[in-house]
Design a protein around this ligand. Structure first.
Ligand code: PEP
Length: 247
């Protein structure tokens, strides 16, 4: 945690759920959201964003997307622009997730352009960084994260950073608490060096196999201002338990 920053627990639903299932999950999250010590965000597949934004409107659970195109419009078959997401009721968008970087060859430059598009559309970007297992074993984790931050964030960045070690996503493995704290300290230092006092107020989320059983210890670490949760966000009780652990 960082003094003065209210934690955010964000669910990355990835490519899961029919509209009916997504609606039921969203309703269950909303039903348990009152009084939690964290803000809540759910990021369903594109297709469900408008319905869930309407369903959750006016309540404590925000809706985000998992990607956007860097252009506002054009000949980009299958893509969705940031203004379209804003128009559909999204407030946030996850960008540069390692699955996008790996599956869709997204470079830091591409991520940076998408972050700029999100900001221009009035969306809050959740920019993801994190090292692979080989990079961690090679002692390069910190350098990789520094480079990703330098190249993925534009100069006018105003948003959220998520540290997600690639090898911890969906694997049930997490870095040690000391390793998480060390990288989050590096991220904070980098944000402050680049963005001044605004960097001190930016949320830095941890992501990678966060579960009800490990959330309290991780969320208590300095500069961990919430979580980006994949698998456990698909079970409302687990997602809410992680949010409860932010207190
Ligand atoms: C993620 O994909 O953003 C993630 C953190 O997944 P998981 O919680 O399943 O490791």
């Amino acid at each position: 945690m960082t003094p003065g920053i209210r934690p955010l627990i964000a669910g990355n639903w990835k490519m899961h759920g029919t509209l009916r299932e997504a609606g039921a999950l969203a309703e269950a999250v909303r039903a348990g959201a009152a009084g939690l010590p964290a803000d809540l965000l759910v990021c369903p597949p594109f297709l469900h964003v408008p319905s869930l934004a309407a369903l959750l409107a006016g309540g404590p659970v925000a809706v985000g997307a998992q990607d956007c195109h860097a252009a506002t419009k054009g000949a980009h078959t299958g893509d969705v622009s940031a203004p379209m997401l804003r128009d559909a009721g999204a407030t946030h968008v996850i960008l540069g997730h390692s699955e996008r970087r790996a599956d869709h060859a997204e470079t830091d430059a591409v991520v940076r352009a998408k972050v700029q598009a999100a900001l221009a559309a009035g969306l809050i970007p959740v920019a993801c960084v994190g090292e692979t297992e080989a990079q961690r074993l090679g002692g390069e984790a910190e350098a990789v994260v520094r480079r990703q931050l330098a190249e993925s964030l534009p100069d006018d960045f105003a948003g959220i950073v998520a540290y997600e070690p690639v090898w911890a996503i969906g694997t049930g493995r997490t870095p040690t608490e000391a390793d998480i704290a060390a990288i989050h300290a590096t991220i904070r230092e980098t944000l402050v060096a680049r963005f001044g006092p605004a960097g001190q107020g930016m949320r830095i989320l941890y992501g990678g196999s966060m579960k009800p059983g490990n959330a309290k210890a991780i969320l208590a670490l300095p500069n961990v201002d919430g979580g980006l949760v994949g698998g456990a966000s698909l079970v409302s009780a687990d997602f809410l338990a992680i949010a409860a652990a932010a207190g």
